[in-house]
Design a protein around this ligand. Structure first.
Ligand code: NAD
Length: 257
């Protein structure tokens, strides 16, 4: 007999990279998936097509998550797409426009980064959480936020990124406390060095660091490594855990002597 569906998920930034891999992994484990990205694009349509090709259900819902004024419409449309949201995955994020000396960071770059990577996810989570709380469910429900190993590792050439991701780690803990009474579990997934377009600008540098022992699992992380972790959490196998962090970093954060 087929397993019952775990429900419906909304994945932000799912046009490519880690977000696409998360959407595919969620669909593979039975979720109907609303895939969001900045705008309608061929990449976003491809994510839908890939999910449908593996027998899953997906719809594309473009929208800039840094535009708080658009959240109500985004959440309503996502809610209506399949009849509720059981899992929100806050994945959309950007890197700094230019890696460089933090003594040169501009207010414009700082505000842009925090707007997309921290302010946007906070208010989107708030909007989804309000809707979830209004509509109790027997299903396992969760919010999974993709932060970064930069919560723990300081990169002075990407200061505003590190600051935003640190804030996101606290957002995850705060929502874990607030939503536990409503049966909504909250997790932070902390990727290490993952092979995507975001890291393409520093590929040679990371190749060198990985060759020199950056992580005990001596290879690049793949988007699918993150996808599998998120699908596991969203599937409800860890239902007595909330506010938890799962690192997908090849062991990079283990202190060594
Ligand atoms: P990516 O640049 O390949 O993909 C990010 C996607 O998010 C893109 O499709 C982009 O259009 C979308 N996006 C950007 N701003 C958006 C917005 N305002 N609204 C909606 N969608 C938006 O990056 P990636 O490597 O797949 O990163 C995904 C997430 O993982 C990010 O939050 C990133 O910070 C995090 N992360 C990545 C790595 C890594 O090594 N690649 C490591 C740690 C954390």
């Amino acid at each position: 007999m087929d397993k019952p569906s775990p429900g419906n998920a909304l994945v932000t930034g799912a046009g490519r990279g880690i977000g696409r891999a998360i959407a595919l992994a969620m669909a593979d484990s039975g979720f109907a998936v609303v895939v969001n990205d900045l705008a309608a694009s061929q990449e976003l349509s491809e994510t839908v097509a890939l999910i449908e090709a593996q027998g899953g259900r997906a719809v594309a819902l473009p929208g800039d998550i840094s535009e708080i004024a658009g959240h109500a419409r985004l959440v309503e449309a996502a809610w209506d797409a399949f009849g509720g949201i059981d899992c929100l995955v806050n994945n959309a994020g950007i890197s700094v426009a230019k890696r460089g000396d933090m003594l040169e960071v501009t207010p414009e770059s700082y505000d842009r980064l925090l707007g997309v990577n921290l302010r946007g996810p906070f208010f989107l989570t708030q909007a989804v959480a309000q809707r979830m709380v209004e509509a109790p469910s027997d299903r396992f429900r969760s919010i999974v936020t993709i932060s970064s190993i930069n919560v723990e590792f300081a990169s002075p050439d990407r200061a505003e990124y590190c600051i935003a991701k640190n804030g996101l780690a606290m957002v995850s803990q705060l929502f874990a406390l607030r939503l536990a009474p409503h049966g909504i579990n909250v997790y932070e997934v902390r990727p290490g060095v993952i092979r995507t377009q975001m890291t393409a600008v520093a590929r040679e540098r990371y190749d060198g660091l990985l060759a020199n022992g950056l992580a005990p699992i001596a290879r690049w992380g793949e988007p699918e490594d993150v996808g599998a972790a998120v699908a596991t959490l969203a599937g409800g196998s860890l239902r007595y855990s909330t506010g938890e962090v799962v690192r997908v970093d090849g062991g990079m954060a283990v202190r060594r002597l």
